[in-house]
Design a protein around this ligand. Structure first.
Ligand SMILES: [Zn+2]
Length: 169
């Protein structure tokens, strides 16, 4: 949340009006959901990431560079084009602790809220491709992401590689 220019934060308990910058929010939703799918086509532990309006990145524990970036991009685009639904569920922290395989992100704590954890699922039933704890914003259907492009892959330290993803149009 960004206070109006030249003003500090309003006093606690004051009534405020919040407006969402939809172009910015929708960009974040598309990029963030696309990064979920990037972690599906690159099934390696994630050690970091960031999102913007038109691009984002994930850092993977990936000792070797991907052999065929074009193939990865085609796989990712095919998942997006399947128009999978993105839905949420809540489980208890105890259920999450009993299912540690749900957490793919090594350095980011799962969002927790009064003993409950939100799970985000992409695809349902036999078409489910991703299920992980997440507190981010997502599109409702993967087709809303539209066209993507996998950009640079940078080496970051001994075992990490940073993979950039761009919305392409
Ligand atoms: Zn998410």
């Amino acid at each position: 949340m960004v206070p109006t220019d030249g003003q500090g934060l309003p006093p606690i308990a004051s009534e405020v009006k919040q407006e969402i910058d939809w172009a910015c929010r929708f960009g974040h939703m598309r990029v963030h959901t696309a990064l979920h799918l990037l972690s599906v086509v690159i099934p390696l532990p994630v050690s970091g990431g960031s999102i913007g309006v038109a691009k984002g990145r994930l850092d993977f524990n990936m000792p070797e560079a991907p052999a065929d970036k074009a193939a990865l991009q085609a796989q990712l685009q095919a998942l997006i084009d399947r128009d999978l639904s993105v839905t949420g569920d809540w489980i208890t922290e105890a259920e999450l602790e009993a299912n540690p395989q749900l957490v793919n992100t090594m350095s980011v704590a799962s969002p927790k809220n009064a003993g409950r954890v939100r799970l985000v699922r992409i695809g349902v039933g036999g078409a489910q491709v991703d299920l992980q704890p997440c507190g981010g914003t997502h599109v409702k259907q993967t087709s809303e992401i539209e066209k993507i492009r996998i950009g640079k892959v940078e080496k970051k330290g001994k075992v990490n590689r940073r993979v950039y993803l761009h919305l392409d149009g």
